[in-house]
Every structure is written in structure tokens, then in C-alpha cells.
Design a protein around this ligand. Structure first.
Ligand SMILES: Nc1ncnc2c1ncn2[C@@H]1O[C@H](COP(=O)(O)OP(=O)(O)O)[C@@H](O)[C@H]1O
Ligand SMILES: [Mg+2]
Length: 455
């Protein structure tokens, strides 16, 4: 079982529409601040979400789940993301859409299980022998290539490390030089080198250099205390799914067909139930020994009415298992049939599951709230907009949806650019809005001209 060198396989998330959201924006007593942490209005939903965060932190959410219910574009996804951010930045957030479970290759429950395990983190703490300090010098020592020729090779690296207590000069193997380069280590950085494996970890830039520039995406860390050579607690965050993948064997045998199969689908691995049990066993051992700690994250299932009765039953059971993430569902449907049955239920969710849900309602925004959100998005996207264009957009948003007007921003800025302007004018918005119609108008046109469309 490999646990040491597991790479984190975070799903690359397409949440760029939500980059402005940094948290729930609540005050100390848990009330929503009208405009904070990138969120505007929707006070009750945010306060309810704050309570969910408290419940999760005090470990009282077990066996329960949250449902965000409300019309499209009312911030359901945004608030779910904010909940994950409030739980801490190392807490896994795994978003999925209900319809993702339907695949011809993989079982529905398998897809759910994988996402479940993506949403459960494991924090592994190990005490390791390390050399740690601020890099004071970094000199590769070159020698003539022993194989002949003109090239030179690095035969060793001299590195100076400084802590609050002392300095040390180390002579290192050239292989470590490569890892130093990979981590882009320079003098002035704080790093540590694991004594056994030679693995290098760059922790950030030393505080002593912090005043160099003000605008930098750099993390500054204090000069390490203690000796350079010491025992240090090293923390690593992975998800259960990462461990499954790291331990999965490539599929197939040695015959030509399965070799071909592997060529066509590189990296295709099979994670079986047996393997998961194995991984769980090891994880439990680590937890018992106090080396590791479970960090339940958030599994966000959007368009939950797309799930069918089979997956609901499975989910219901999984919620009760000992290690489960916090599940947040979202839907914009009212009464509809539960897929796979002909029963009509609220949100298309079976009643017994519905019973377990804390339901948070999101409401349509007022014109001034829409104006604030659109303004916020223009700032985030680095666009400029004139006041009357902003007013026009927010009124349009009240008649259509928030999502629609946010989507108009980029094309409108292009239209402005074509005219050689930097700021978006009202004409740009009007022009773009006439080119791209919103869903409601589109539906209206469809019903008015029924006879002209194919059925
Ligand atoms: N209260 C809010 N404050 C700031 N931005 C919001 C708020 N509600 C929604 N948004 C933004 O509006 C857009 C649509 O919201 P979204 O969360 O996708 O709606 P839903 O999931 O309910 O359909 C997103 O870009 C989202 O980040
Ligand atoms: Mg959404």
C-alpha cells in the first residue's frame, strides 16, 4: 500500500463563474452582511448555510444532507461553494451533476461511489527527519563529464540552510538538484529536504524578503525555529479517491488484445470494491495509530431530480455509512416524477430521503441586488461599464435571469472593443441582448410560432 507519494487528483473545476465568491460573508453572530465575501443579499439562505457549517464543524450533520431549492440563477451553486470555503481551504469540494451517473460504461452506483470518495479527505501526519531552513546559497558543482565529450555534469550541490538557531552547509546528491529545480527553489526561500527520500518541499519565501514587492502572489513564511537538522511533522492532504487510484492495478492481462486495450486507453485503471475495502482497512489503521485524520468534505450534486430511484436508495444508504461527506443537493424543480417510477414527489426526491434533508430556499433577486452582482462580476472580469448600461442590465436581469445578464457581459465588452472603446455602453448591451435572446423569450417565440417548428 502506497501512501507516501500520492498525487492529489483534484477534478479540474469549471467554477470560473463563481471566482468572486470567498465565503458566506456572515458576521460573528451568524447574520448575513448585505454584501460581503463576494455574496450579495439572499440573507436567509446564507444564514441557514452558516448554521449548516456550524453543524458540520460540531460533527452533528451525520446522516443528514442539505437541499438548495430555488429558481435558476438564484445562487444555489454559489452558496454551496461558499459552504465548502467556510469549512476550510483543505476541505475537499467535489461538484457533480445528477445526470453524470448515466454512462454506458460505468454503473450508476460506481459513479456515485467515486465522487463520494473524492469528497472525503485524509490528512496524514508523519514525523520525518528533515533539513529545514532558509536557503542562503545554492551552488551546483560541475565536473567534466566522466563519459568524455564536451559537456559538464553536476556532480554535487552545495546548499546553505539557515534557521533562527544556526546555519548548516550540506553537500547533496545531483538527483536532489533536479527536485530543487522542479520546485523552483532560489536563495531566500524556506524549504525542507526529507533525509530519507531526498524529497524537497518549498514552503514559501522567507519573511526577510517580504518587503521587496507589494503585489505578489507569494506566500511568506517565518524563518524556521530550532536546528537545521531535526524531526518535523509533515502534513499531507489526499482524498480517499486519490488513494484508490494510486493503488489500482492496470486492467487486463498479458495477451495482445488487452495490451491493445491498454494502449488505446492509457491510465485506465480499475478500482474494485475489494480494493476500496483494502484501502479503508489501511486508512482505519492509520487513524487508530493517530497518524491520519479523516476530513469529510462536501459532495455537491446539482440537478438532483436527474437521479433515479436506484441511485437515491444507494445515496440514502451511503449517507449512513461511517465515513460520509456532507452532501448538498440542488434543484430548480418543484413537483415532478421520481425518475424510474411514476410517483410524483416534491423536487423529484423520494419522501424518505426528503425527510432527512435540511432544505434551504433561495429567492429571486431584487433589481438593486442584481446590479450589485453584475457590478461585482465586471470588476472580477476586469471590465468597465457605464452607469446607464449597468442599470439597463439589472432591469433586464429582473425580467429574465441573473445568469443571462452575467453571460451578456463578455460579448458586450467585445462589442465595445470593436467600436474602439474600453467601457461597455448601453448600446452594446442592447445590441447583444437582441442577438442572444434569453430562455423566457425563446420559449415565448416557440409557443407563438408553434406551427413553424418540427415536433
Ligand atoms: N448572492 C450572490 N452574490 C454574488 N453572486 C451571486 C449570488 N448569487 C448568484 N451569484 C452569481 O450568479 C451566477 C448564477 O448563480 P448560480 O449560483 O450559478 O445559480 P444557480 O445555481 O441557483 O442556478 C453565478 O455566477 C453566481 O456566482
Ligand atoms: Mg447551479
Amino acid at each position: 500500500m502506497k501512501i507516501e507519494e500520492v498525487k492529489s487528483s483534484c477534478k479540474t473545476q469549471r467554477i470560473s463563474a463563481h471566482t468572486h465568491i470567498k465565503g458566506l460573508g456572515l458576521n460573528d453572530s451568524g447574520y448575513a452582511i448585505q454584501f460581503a465575501a463576494g455574496l450579495v443579499g439572499q440573507d436567509s439562505a446564507r444564514e441557514a448555510a452558516g448554521l449548516v457549517v456550524d453543524l458540520v464543524k460540531s460533527k452533528k450533520m451525520a446522516g443528514r444532507a442539505v437541499l438548495m431549492a430555488g429558481p435558476p440563477g438564484t445562487g444555489k451553486t454559489a452558496i454551496a461553494l461558499a459552504i465548502a470555503q467556510e469549512l476550510g481551504n483543505k476541505v475537499p469540494f467535489c461538484p457533480m451533476v445528477g445526470s453524470e451517473v448515466y454512462s454506458t460504461e460505468i454503473k450508476k452506483t460506481e459513479v456515485l461511489m467515486e465522487n463520494f470518495r473524492r469528497a472525503i479527505g485524509l490528512r496524514i501526519k508523519e514525523t520525518k527527519e528533515v533539513y529545514e531552513g532558509e536557503v542562503t546559497e545554492l551552488t551546483p558543482v560541475e565536473t567534466e563529464n566522466p563519459m568524455g565529450g564536451y559537456g559538464k555534469t553536476v556532480s554535487q550541490v552545495i546548499i546553505g540552510l539557515k534557521t533562527a538557531k544556526g546555519t548548516k552547509q550540506l553537500k547533496l546528491d545531483p538527483s536532489i538538484y533536479q527536485s530543487l529545480q522542479k520546485e523552483k527553489v532560489e536563495t531566500g526561500d524556506v524549504i525542507y529536504i526529507e533525509a530519507n527520500s531526498g524529497a524537497v518541499k518549498r514552503q514559501g519565501r522567507s519573511d526577510n524578503y517580504a518587503t521587496e514587492f507589494d503585489l505578489e502572489a507569494e506566500e511568506y513564511v517565518p524563518l524556521p525555529k530550532g536546528e537545521v537538522h531535526k524531526k518535523k511533522e509533515v502534513v499531507q492532504d489526499v482524498t480517499l479517491h486519490d488513494l484508490d487510484v494510486a493503488n489500482a492495478k492496470p486492467q487486463g492481462g498479458q495477451d495482445i488484445m488487452s495490451m491493445m486495450g491498454q494502449l488505446m486507453k492509457p491510465k485506465k485503471t480499475e478500482i474494485t470494491d475489494k480494493l476500496r475495502k483494502e484501502v479503508n482497512k489501511i486508512v482505519n489503521q492509520y487513524i487508530d495509530q493517530g497518524i491520519a485524520e479523516l476530513v469529510p468534505g462536501v459532495l455537491f450534486i446539482d440537478e438532483v431530480h436527474m437521479l433515479d430511484i436506484e441511485t437515491f436508495t444507494y445515496l440514502h444508504r451511503s449517507l449512513e455509512s461511517a465515513i460520509a461527506p456532507i452532501v448538498i443537493f440542488a434543484t430548480n424543480r418543484g413537483q415532478c416524477t421520481i425518475r424510474g417510477t411514476d410517483v410524483i414527489a416534491p423536487h423529484g426526491i423520494p419522501l424518505d430521503l426528503l425527510d432527512r434533508l435540511l432544505i434551504i430556499r433561495t429567492l429571486p433577486y431584487s433589481t438593486s441586488e442584481i446590479e450589485q452582482i453584475v457590478k461585482l462580476r465586471t470588476v472580477t472580469e476586469g471590465l468597465q461599464i457605464e452607469d446607464d448600461a449597468l442599470t439597463y442590465l439589472s432591469e433586464l436581469g429582473t425580467r429574465t435571469t441573473l445568469r443571462y445578464v452575467i453571460q451578456l457581459l463578455t460579448p458586450a465588452s467585445l462589442s465595445a472593443k470593436i467600436d474602439g472603446r474600453t467601457a461597455i455602453k448601453k448600446e452594446d448591451v442592447e445590441e447583444i441582448a437582441s442577438l442572444f435572446i434569453d430562455a423566457k423569450s425563446s420559449a415565448k417565440i416557440l409557443t407563438q410560432n408553434k406551427d413553424k417548428f418540427m415536433m
